[in-house]
Design a binder for this molecule. Structure first.
Ligand SMILES: [Zn+2]
Ligand SMILES: [Zn+2]
Length: 273
C-alpha cells in the first residue's frame, strides 16, 4: 500500500512496531524533572527504544551521563554549546575530557557556532569550537555539530581540523540542498528535526529529498521544536514518530524503512549496542 493512502494511525502503529533512535534530545533539562520516567516509557511505546541526551555544558554533560547510567535506552554526549562557551571554567575541558571516556558517552557535542543568538561573541565561539573538535579527535568520538546561520565558518573550522575518522552529524540541519551536499562530502550525517513537519520547511524538504537515506538521522531536539501536530508544546522523544513519518512521505518510502535505515545509521555513527 502506498504511504499516501495510509491513515495517520496506521503509520503510528507501523512505527511503534519498528525501532527508532532519537539521536538528539536534552533529557537533563528541568522540563523533564517531574516525569522523566513517563517520558522514557512513552518513547518506548512510540517505537523510540534508544535516545541520546546531549550535553550543553559541564553540568548538563554530567547529568546526561548520570541519566545514561540509570536508563538502559539512554546514551549521553559531552561538550559545551556555543551559547555557553563564555561561561566555561578553567578546568571544565579537563573534566569533560575525563567524562568523555565514560562507556555510556557516544559522542562529543553539541559544539559549533550560533550566529542567530550570539550569547557568546562569535570569535570566542570559533576558538572554543576548534578547541573542542581537537578534544573530540583525541577521544576518538564522533562530533555533534550545532550550526545556526554560521554555515561557512562551521565548515571552515571542520575542514581546518583535517581528517576526523570518527565522523559526525550536522544536528538540527537548517541548510539547503547545497549545504547538505557539502556536509555529505565531508562524510558527515544530516540530522532532521521536527522543523521538517512545519509548512514553511520547503527548503529543508528539498535537502531531505537529496540526502540518501543511508546518511540521514532523526532527532527531536526535545524539549524544543515539537513537530506538527504538537507544535508549541513541550517536545519529547516519543514525538520522533511524526518526524519519521514526514521523512517517509518526502522520500516516498514506507515509514518502517525509514526507521530501519536511520536506526542502522545511528548505531553505526555512535557505535550503539
Ligand atoms: Zn543545537
Ligand atoms: Zn540540542
Amino acid at each position: 500500500m502506498a504511504t499516501a493512502t495510509k491513515t495517520k494511525s496506521m503509520v503510528a502503529e507501523e512505527l511503534a512496531a519498528a525501532e527508532l533512535i532519537d539521536t538528539h534530545c536534552h533529557l537533563d533539562f528541568p522540563d523533564y524533572q517531574a516525569d522523566l520516567e513517563q517520558v522514557v516509557k512513552r518513547a518506548a511505546q512510540a517505537g523510540v527504544r534508544q535516545m541520546i541526551t546531549v550535553g550543553i555544558d559541564l553540568a548538563s554533560s554530567r547529568k546526561g551521563v548520570e541519566l545514561a547510567e540509570q536508563w538502559p535506552g539512554v546514551f549521553a554526549t559531552v561538550g559545551v554549546h556555543p551559547h555557553h562557551v563564555n561561561e566555561i571554567g578553567p578546568d571544565d575541558y579537563q573534566a569533560l575530557q575525563e567524562l568523555g571516556r565514560h562507556p555510556r558517552v557516544v559522542a562529543y557535542g553539541e559544539i559549533g557556532l550560533d550566529y542567530v543568538k550570539e550569547y557568546s561573541p562569535a570569535p570566542l565561539q570559533r576558538e572554543h569550537f576548534a578547541h573542542q573538535v581537537a578534544i573530540a579527535r583525541q577521544l576518538e568520538l564522533p562530533l555533534v555539530i550545532h550550526d545556526r546561520e554560521a554555515h561557512a565558518d562551521t565548515l571552515a573550522i571542520l575542514r581546518e581540523a583535517g581528517e576526523l575518522p570518527a565522523g559526525g552529524v550536522m544536528h538540527c540541519f537548517s541548510g539547503d540542498a547545497a549545504l547538505a551536499e557539502e556536509v555529505l562530502a565531508m562524510g558527515f550525517y544530516v540530522s532532521i528535526p521536527g522543523v521538517v513537519t512545519f509548512k514553511s520547511a520547503a527548503t529543508l524538504w528539498e535537502a531531505v529529498r537529496m540526502v540518501p537515506l543511508e546518511r540521514l538521522l532523526l532527532e527531536t531536539d526535545a524539549p524544543f521544536l515539537a513537530p506538527v501536530p504538537l507544535r508549541g508544546k513541550r517536545n519529547e522523544p516519543a514525538y520522533l514518530a511524526h518526524i519519521a513519518a514526514k521523512v517517509a512521505e518526502l522520500k516516498g518510502c514506507a515509514p518502517a524503512a525509514v526507521a530501519r535505515q536511520t536506526t542502522a545509521n545511528a548505531r553505526r555513527l555512535f557505535n550503539l549496542r
